[in-house]
Every structure is written in structure tokens, then in C-alpha cells.
Ligand binder design. Structure first.
Ligand code: SAM
Length: 219
């Protein structure tokens, strides 16, 4: 992916701008399992998950490649007097301190990478978790590909379940549940569900196949 690709970044800003600020439901459901401590949100977009944890009293770091979202998120936090720091960076080059975070969030971001990047990010996230720290992941399932294919005709298969979209100069990887369980096999599974999500915020409800995963570092 080329995050510098302006058309893509702009397109995503428009998509993310339509989203409201509710956090992912799995985070609402399980937030009490997260011990007090810093939280990291990778590719936070409008900051809906990051702001939720800042409001719960956590120190929050968040990272996004989009200048607009970094600024908006930082301003929102400032207005509400929250302890949140938003960084502008590519998450692949963002240095995650070791054994530091109580929660690391990667919601709808890990689809943009090829296998070798995903494997490095998974290691970085694992090492960034404090003992009993929790990792939350929301990714697009391979079931979503059928829908995706209807909308993006010009795509090329580059690796199993990974496609290159020339229009945006970026990759899309669609996950299987087995793959998620294997990538995060060092974590104790709290929750792992694959299903069709219906996003009612759009005029015509938008359905997406997603996999939600929460896992806890035990050592
Ligand atoms: C689909 S949105 C998800 C936003 C947010 N996580 C949420 O669930 O509401 C993807 C976000 O990831 C950001 N992004 C994409 N590639 C990135 C990268 N390599 N490094 C950092 N941020 C990236 C985009 O700017 C966008 O805000």
C-alpha cells in the first residue's frame, strides 16, 4: 500500500467521516476486562474506539496515516480534556514499546497489508502488550470478498486471499478464522466470532462479513 497515495487517503477520509463515534460493540461488551493502563489504537480513523477508552480514563496513543484524522482526533480529545496522543505515521514504521499496553486495537486496518507486513505487525502487537494485556482485532472475512468483487473489477490476486487494487495502489487481504487463530496463537482467546455485520448508519444498511477477535497475553 502507498499511504501517500492522495486519492486513496481522500477517499477514506470521506468514508470515515460518515462514521459516527460509537465504538465497536465487542469493545463495549468486554471493556471491563481491560486493566487500567495505556491503550493503543492502530489506524484509529475518526477515533471512535480511541476516544471511548480515553473517556474511560485510559491514557491513549493512536496512530493514523491521515493528517486530517490525527488533527481531528487530537482536537476532540483536547476539547474534552482527555489524555490522548494522536501520531501521524504508517503503522508499519510506528515503534510500539514492549510490554506496555493494556489494550491494543486494530479495527479494520489489517486488511491493507501483504502477508510479510501482517506477520511483522502481529509480532509487534504481541510484544507491545503488557502481561494480561488484550488485543482487539476486527478484520474482513474471506466471505466479504464476494461482495468486494462485485464493486472492484480490476483487481489482481497477488497472494492467497490478497488482492492488489491498482485504482488505489493498495492491497486487500481477506482473512479466515483459522488464519486469525494461527496468527494470534500465543494469546488466550476471549472472543472470536465471524459474522455478517449490518451497519444501520447508512440509508441502505451496509452488510459486511467481519471477524472479531479478542485475545489476552498470558505471559
Ligand atoms: C477502514 S478505516 C478504520 C478506522 C478505525 N480503525 C475504525 O475502525 O473506525 C482505516 C484507517 O486506517 C488508516 N490507515 C490505512 N493504512 C494505514 C497505515 N499503513 N498506517 C496508518 N494508518 C493507516 C486510514 O487512514 C483510515 O483512517
Amino acid at each position: 500500500m502507498t499511504p501517500q497515495n492522495k486519492s486513496w487517503v481522500e477517499e477514506y477520509q470521506n468514508v470515515v467521516a460518515k462514521w459516527e463515534l460509537e465504538p465497536d460493540w465487542a469493545l463495549i461488551k468486554y471493556h471491563q476486562l481491560i486493566s487500567q493502563g495505556p491503550v493503543l489504537d492502530l489506524g484509529m480513523g475518526n477515533g471512535r474506539n480511541a476516544l471511548f477508552f480515553a473517556k474511560l480514563g485510559h491514557d491513549v496513543d493512536c496512530v493514523d496515516v491521515s493528517k486530517t484524522w490525527v488533527k481531528k482526533c487530537q482536537n476532540r480529545a483536547k476539547d474534552e480534556n482527555l489524555r490522548l496522543t494522536a501520531y501521524r505515521a504508517d503503522i508499519r514504521s510506528f515503534k510500539i514499546p514492549k510490554r506496555y499496553y493494556s489494550l491494543i486495537i486494530a479495527s479494520k486496518i489489517l486488511q491493507f497489508f501483504i502477508k510479510s507486513d501482517i506477520e511483522v505487525l502481529v509480532e509487534k502487537m504481541y510484544h507491545g502488550l503488557a502481561r494480561r494485556g488484550v488485543l482487539y482485532l476486527r478484520v474482513f472475512s474471506i466471505e466479504e470478498f464476494e461482495y468486494y468483487l462485485k464493486h472492484k473489477k480490476e483487481i489482481t490476486l497477488v497472494e492467497p486471499n490478497t488482492y492488489y487494487v491498482p485504482k488505489y495502489q493498495l492491497y486487500y487481504h481477506f482473512y479466515t478464522k483459522e488464519e486469525i487463530l494461527s496468527l494470534f496463537s500465543k494469546l488466550r482467546i476471549i472472543h472470536c466470532v465471524e459474522g455478517l455485520e449490518s451497519d444501520l448508519r447508512f440509508k441502505k444498511p451496509r452488510k459486511q462479513w467481519v471477524i472479531d477477535f479478542l485475545g489476552q497475553r498470558i505471559r
